[in-house]
Design a binder for this molecule. Structure first.
Ligand code: NAP
Length: 284
């Protein structure tokens, strides 16, 4: 569905006082010259939050797209993520310096611990490093990804610092009611990864398709609107300019309580896309 380029995206305020655009661009898989072109097109469409990670191996593409867009640095917010192999304190510090070098930036807006890797039991050490890097101004906001309540509680108790963001798998087949409540209680913003459900997106499920027809929008827009009304910050990935614009154009309609409930009811216990259970998943 063709959408005009939308206006400025509303923002969300984090527990450290910073703000983030309410929708960001996921960049997993956007690599090489095609990746730079796709990210540049997203910036032209109005995206002001880019989500990358060391393990996506595209931080240099993200930096190049920002430069190519001509936008002032302070108008674009960049999130990257610390890989599992870099949880030791000194490795975490070196890893963030490496991210900044590849991005060609002097600071990151948000840096997350990508996965807790609890079997290694070093995520609390990685968290201390991120908190110190924030004090040095190299990272504006610090957060985590794929953390459970137990992981969150531990780092908050040990450091006295609450993550600004917890980025978790969240889509209609896995709506994460419990983790959304945990994050909310702790004052942590929930970001949704694979917010559309990726290739298994429930675009043809009746609650999604019916709402799309009722509001005259696409199924993707319905799912992203569902995310916003849940209070999450979605970071949909698209390499397609028309879909990039469509995915930002989700502020002009509202789902009813019944539509929201019907989409959430698509959730199922085994709804994870690849079985990424944070208690056991090992991320290199
Ligand atoms: P996603 O955003 O849920 O889905 C992306 C897929 O949907 C692509 O194939 C895209 O195709 C298609 N698409 C996008 N907009 C659409 C629309 N309006 N209608 C129909 N199809 C549409 O999946 P994701 O890339 O896995 O997740 C998003 C981001 O989350 C990632 O890029 C990454 O930044 C982050 N992430 C984080 C973690 C973590 O552990 N923290 C894990 C996974 C992902 P086209 O590109 O062809 O348009």
């Amino acid at each position: 569905m063709a959408s005009p380029t939308p206006g400025p995206t509303p923002t969300r305020t984090l527990n450290d006082g910073s703000t983030l655009p309410a929708v960001g661009l996921g960049t997993y898989g956007l690599t090489g010259e095609e990746g730079v072109a796709a990210i540049t097109s997203a910036l032209e469409a109005g995206y002001r939050l880019l989500d990358t990670a060391v393990n996506y191996e595209n931080e240099s593409e993200v930096g190049e797209a920002i430069r190519r867009s001509g936008l002032p640095r302070e108008q674009v917010q960049v999130t990257s993520k610390l890989p599992g192999r870099d949880h030791a304190y000194d490795d975490a510090v070196a890893s963030v310096h490496g991210s900044l070098e590849r991005l060609g930036l002097e600071y990151l807006d948000l840096h997350l611990i990508h996965w807790p890797n609890p079997s290694k039991d070093r995520y609390a050490e990685a968290w201390r490093a991120l908190v110190d890097l924030q004090k040095q101004g190299l990272v504006r906001s610090v957060g985590v990804s794929n953390f459970t309540e137990a992981h969150l509680t531990r780092i908050i108790e040990e450091s006295g610092v609450t993550p600004a963001v917890n980025q978790i798998e969240l889509h209609p087949y896995f709506p994460q009611e419990q983790m959304r409540a945990v994050n909310a209680r702790l004052g942590i913003l929930t970001e949704a990864w694979s917010p559309l459900g990726k290739r298994q997106a429930p675009f043809t499920e009746p609650p999604v398709a019916d709402a799309a027809a009722a509001h005259g929008v696409s199924p993707g827009q319905v799912i992203l609107r569902w995310q916003l009304q849940l209070g999450t910050l979605p970071i949909p990935k698209s390499a397609t300019p028309a879909r990039q614009r469509e995915n930002l154009d989700v502020f002009g309609f509202e789902l009813t309580d019944a539509e929201m409930a019907a989409i959430t009811a698509l959730g199922r216990p085994d709804g994870r896309l690849f079985g990424g259970d944070p208690d056991v998943h090992e991320e290199a």
